[in-house]
Design a protein around this ligand. Structure first.
Ligand SMILES: [Zn+2]
Length: 254
């Protein structure tokens, strides 16, 4: 029993064989997948998937790469979309100062506007942070009542501490299986009732699939690595992370 809390399931990478991808996921023991809509177009595609398959939930928002597209129309779309029951979170949203695809002040205002909408809707926020730890921490501190997920965590200890102090959740991806992963301390420092697991598919496939397309079934590799770091049976780690996902995203309890 495990949940992939972050997969870009509407991505065209899955268009050739999405039914087989989903069959492999359920066969691997997944009970739910959160399909990430990182733009209005992908969120609408994810909603079509969720309508056809009740084990798929959706996060809808505007990724920092697309922050330049934030507008009053997009705000109205997100406000309405967050009311839909299949939509369990706003996002992914956040700040990416590595790629800087949108100006940083534009990224910050789109991020804050989405947090405000998540708060109004009573839904969680899925956060992308890259080379922007201190600004992400400051913005999260100014929106303390939105439950947040630090997705594909690979940030520094200050953002980890800020997130945990705010009672947020930390989601680990296939990066934890990479040879150059050096943040086992973050896995150990995150309380068991705050850890989530994800693939971030189609990106970041875990070892031994690294370099190929990632898919939800591979979240088992992520869970195995985290269980090993923490010295826990993998079943126990999976059950804890599934319960955490149910809590933060408001799934019916398992
Ligand atoms: Zn993502």
């Amino acid at each position: 029993m495990v949940i992939d809390t972050h997969c870009h399931l509407a991505d065209e990478a899955y268009d050739p064989d999405r039914p087989e991808v989903l069959s492999r996921a359920w066969a691997a023991g997944l009970v739910r997948i959160v399909a990430i809509g990182e733009s209005p177009a992908t969120a609408e595609r994810a909603l079509v998937l969720a309508t056809a398959e009740p084990r798929i939930s959706v996060a809808a928002g505007v990724h920092p790469h697309h922050a330049g597209e934030w507008s009053d129309d997009v705000r109205r779309w997100l406000e309405a979309t967050l009311r839909r029951p299949e939509v369990v979170a706003a996002g992914e949203m956040g700040l990416d100062y590595h790629y800087d695809h949108a100006p940083r002040d534009t990224q910050r205002s789109a991020f804050e506007a989405q947090l405000a909408l998540a708060r109004t809707a009573g839904k969680a926020a899925v956060i992308h942070a890259r080379e922007a730890d201190d600004d992400v921490a400051a913005i999260l501190r100014s929106h303390p009542d939105v439950p947040a997920v630090l997705h594909s965590f690979s940030s520094g200890p200050r953002l980890l501490r800020a997130g945990l102090d705010l009672r947020h959740y930390v989601s680990f991806s296939g990066m934890v299986t990479f040879k150059n992963w050096h943040l086992d301390q973050a896995i150990l420092d995150t309380p068991l009732d705050r850890i989530l697991v994800e693939t971030d598919g189609p990106y970041l496939a875990p070892v031994p699939h690294r370099g190929r397309r990632n898919e939800p079934a591979f979240v088992v590799r992520v869970a195995e690595r985290i269980a090993a770091v923490r010295g826990l049976p993998v079943g126990e780690l999976m059950a804890a992370t599934a319960a955490n996902a149910a809590r933060v995203f408001g799934f019916p309890s398992l």
